[in-house]
Design a protein around this ligand. Structure first.
Ligand code: PMV
Length: 333
């Protein structure tokens, strides 16, 4: 039945943050990566407007504004607000096009995911937007379609995204991801006890991805094999994860970190937190996401997690203990 929701109806969807356990950056060049959804979510509420504008308000970023065709009118924040809000508007726009509807929409974004820190905040917001708007317009989208619309919108953030962030925010769980072969859910029975340490150093994934491409162009015979090794580390880690062999997983995380160092995407604050985690007994520690600041993760025995978290905190990180999350993007009732 082709109908629109009433003007009073509010539809809220949410999607999870993510941790890349293995393979960030290498994944952009067609290597496999291991990623898991964690228990922090972004929430997007959608409501019809009486005009044709798209209004986006992100409380956490402190920015809001109106999109009208190609035009943008900031409400809070300056015109730079457009950069943060446009992927959200684009996501809504893709669904409107799919539905063949020309209506205005209000979008309210709330998120407990730290931004610009490698935890997939933008993809979580974008996929939640796609689902909330599709429900508002009574358009049935498959998970694959939600993933594709999210990926299309993410292209605004950096030109060559692998799709790993849209995939995990859409599907949730623990995934083996390959940009051409897509996702395979991984059945990992063991707990993956992780501490996340945020350096609070903001960085841009797009710039880091571009810097890696430059290094690959400058030194193809050196960087090429590093990238291939990164893929092999991820595949080896899958076997260790399936066996519940966390000590090997930790060792592979340390190798992964060394390879990322070779790409030039670590940062002195990340190194400090990683070193604190390792010396206090973690199985392994590495940056997660784009690097250059942002977050690191440490894998440890459950009973030592708090001790390791304290060490990371003393080294200057903001910490939290991450739990695996099975649910990808979903409607909140
Ligand atoms: O920094 P984040 O959370 O956006 O992670 C990006 C992961 C990269 O591999 C660096 C980029 C990509 O598109 O896969």
């Amino acid at each position: 039945m082709d109908r629109l929701s009433s003007l009073n109806e509010v539809v809220t969807a949410s999607a999870p943050a993510k941790i890349i356990l293995f393979g960030e950056h290498f994944v952009v060049y067609g290597q496999s990566a291991v990623v898991l959804a964690i228990d922090k979510r972004a929430y997007v509420s959608a409501k019809l407007r009486t005009d044709r504008q798209t209004y986006v308000n992100s409380t956490d970023l402190g920015v809001s504004g109106f999109f009208n065709g190609e035009g943008f009118q900031p409400e809070r924040g300056s015109y730079t607000a457009r950069t943060s809000l446009e992927p959200i508007q684009r996501a809504a726009h893709h669904v409107l096009e799919e539905a063949g509807k020309r209506v205005g929409i209000d979008l309210e974004v709330h998120s407990s995911i730290p931004v610009a820190s490698g935890l997939g905040s933008s993809a979580a917001v974008t996929s939640a937007t796609v689902l909330a708007v599709s429900h508002l317009l009574n358009v049935e989208l498959s998970q694959e379609e939600i993933f594709n619309f999210t990926l299309k919108s993410e292209r605004l953030i950096h030109g060559t995204p692998s799709g790993i962030d849209p995939a995990i925010s859409t599907y949730g769980g623990t995934l083996l991801f390959h940009k051409d072969r897509g996702v395979s859910p991984l059945k990992v029975d063991t707990d993956i006890p992780l501490v996340v340490g945020n350096t609070n150093v903001a960085r841009s994934t797009g710039e880091l991805v571009a810097a890696v491409r430059q290094r690959l162009n400058n030194f193809p015979s050196i960087i090429g094999p590093i990238i291939e090794s990164g893929g092999r580390v991820a595949l080896e880690a899958v076997e260790a994860l399936k066996k519940g062999d966390l000590s090997t997983v930790g060792e592979l995380m340390n190798i992964n970190q060394s390879l990322l160092n070779g790409l030039g995407v670590s940062h002195e604050t990340l190194e400090r937190l990683i070193s604190a985690a390792r010396t206090s007994g973690a199985y392994g520690a590495k940056l997660t996401g784009g690097g250059g600041g942002g977050c690191m993760i440490a894998l440890a025995k459950t009973e030592t997690l708090k001790h390791i978290a304290t060490a990371i905190e003393r080294a200057g990180g903001t910490i939290f203990i991450a739990k695996k999350e099975d649910h990808g993007v979903r409607i909140e009732l």
